[in-house]
Design a protein around this ligand. Structure first.
Ligand SMILES: Nc1ncnc2c1ncn2[C@@H]1O[C@H](COP(=O)(O)OP(=O)(O)OP(=O)(O)O)[C@@H](O)[C@H]1O
Ligand SMILES: [Mg+2]
Length: 161
């Protein structure tokens, strides 16, 4: 488990940028954390770090559910907040995205957990970077990074520099 603390939205953006530079084709990022934790803010940084044009406005996919950004490696930014049940999630076409060459970032990944076994996720997801975010106060956020079943890479994903 790798931990980072930020004290402003801008620091979270910078943290996201650092992570974004390390991502490669096929990476799957599962974001966990309450409303306003900073999932979208972190994602905005990740997209910039991953090479998305800084003129691109990265908006929350709260209503669109899936936003796709063309970058060197395409990025899919997904928000499951509004989806009520597994059937709705199954109908999104997520499986194809997750197992594509794109970078996939999913807010409210809690919703992908199987009820029978909360250690398991829908679509047989194994290889992933889990990012658990908690709000310590109005402006302090703690990020816990948990890479699972990920193939080692050069340079390594962590530490973020
Ligand atoms: N350290 C911080 N990091 C990120 N955001 C912060 C921080 N401190 C304060 N904020 C504020 O918290 C809010 C984070 O909003 P953001 O949309 O990123 O959250 P979210 O986790 O995506 O929420 P939602 O579940 O609604 O999608 C912003 O208003 C931001 O300005
Ligand atoms: Mg959000």
């Amino acid at each position: 488990m790798i931990k980072s603390t930020t004290k402003s939205a801008n620091e979270t953006l910078e943290l996201g940028k650092k992570l974004g530079t390390k991502l490669i084709s096929g990476d799957l990022l599962l974001l966990f954390g309450d409303l306003g934790a900073g999932k979208t803010c972190l994602t905005q940084g990740i997209c910039l770090g991953a090479g998305l044009d800084s003129g691109t406005y990265i908006r929350s996919p709260t209503f669109t559910l899936i936003n796709e950004y063309p970058a060197n490696t395409p990025i899919f930014h997904i928000d499951l907040y509004r989806l009520e049940n597994k059937a709705d999630i199954s109908n999104l076409g997520l499986e194809e995205i997750i197992y594509s060459k794109a970078i996939t970032i999913i807010e409210w990944s809690e919703k992908l957990k199987l009820e029978k076994n909360p250690n398991d996720f829908m679509f047989g997801i194994q290889e992933r970077l889990e990012i658990h975010i908690s709000s310590k106060n109005e402006t302090t956020r703690e990020f816990n990074f948990l890479p699972l079943h990920m193939t080692p890479r050069t340079p390594p994903l962590f530490p973020l520099l």
